[in-house]
Write a protein that binds this ligand. Structure first.
Ligand code: COA
Length: 173
């Protein structure tokens, strides 16, 4: 808990739209994974920055799979929302959609991912962020599960011992 006023998820919801151009693609005319990761990083950084009203830096990116190719000429939409804020860190949920506007394909979901951002003060030190207020069922679901995901990524990042992971332990009790 801190004394900063909590904020709703909708207050920092961020969306981004881009047309896949030749320079964004690999020799198969598919969007390069690295370009998509960069766009996802930018969108989630804006979302985290809007929530914290501070500079926010990427601390971790959870597993991302590229199961559906995104083709040259497709329109990419990336939505980002804060699922939960901890002390100085925020978990951001990203959803990626592609759309072929010539064939009227509609939006097709391609990827999702969780990014972790840390808010920094003017001296570059981690600084507290507002808590998040989940309002919808989906927001509440992601908010509750965020503690487990946080423990898992801190363990994988060598920042927590498995025996300290109380939320994960509770899953198996
Ligand atoms: C992220 C960073 C600011 C953390 O700094 P630090 O000195 O380790 O600070 P702390 O140990 O106080 O941790 C601060 C917060 O970061 C979180 N954090 C740090 N590493 C993390 C990781 N790998 N995964 C998830 N959260 C992480 C901590 O859990 C803590 O969260 P909390 O305040 O909500 O509890 C620092 O590692 C950094 O500057 N990294 C580079 C960021 C960057 O440049 N990113 C762009 C890619 S190069």
């Amino acid at each position: 808990m801190n004394n900063i006023e909590a904020k709703k998820v909708s207050e920092s919801f961020t969306t981004f739209t881009e047309l896949v151009m030749p320079n964004d693609t690999n020799p198969m005319n598919n969007l390069m994974g690295g370009n998509l990761l960069k766009w996802m990083d930018v969108v989630s950084g804006i979302c985290a920055g809007k929530h914290a009203r501070k500079v926010a830096v990427t601390a971790a990116v959870d597993n991302v799979s590229f199961s559906r190719p995104i083709k040259i000429g497709d329109v990419v939409t990336i939505d980002a929302q804060v699922t939960r804020a901890f002390h100085s860190s925020m978990e951001i949920f990203i959803e990626v959609y592609k759309e072929n506007i010539r064939t009227n394909s509609g939006k097709i979901k391609c990827n999702e991912a969780y990014y972790t951002f840390v808010a920094l003060d003017d001296d570059g030190r981690p600084t507290p962020v507002p808590e998040i207020i989940p309002e919808t069922d989906d927001e509440r679901h992601r908010y509750e599960r965020a503690l487990r995901r946080r423990e898992l990524r801190l363990i994988l990042g060598g920042r927590m011992k498995p025996e300290e992971a109380t939320e994960l332990k509770a899953l198996f009790m």
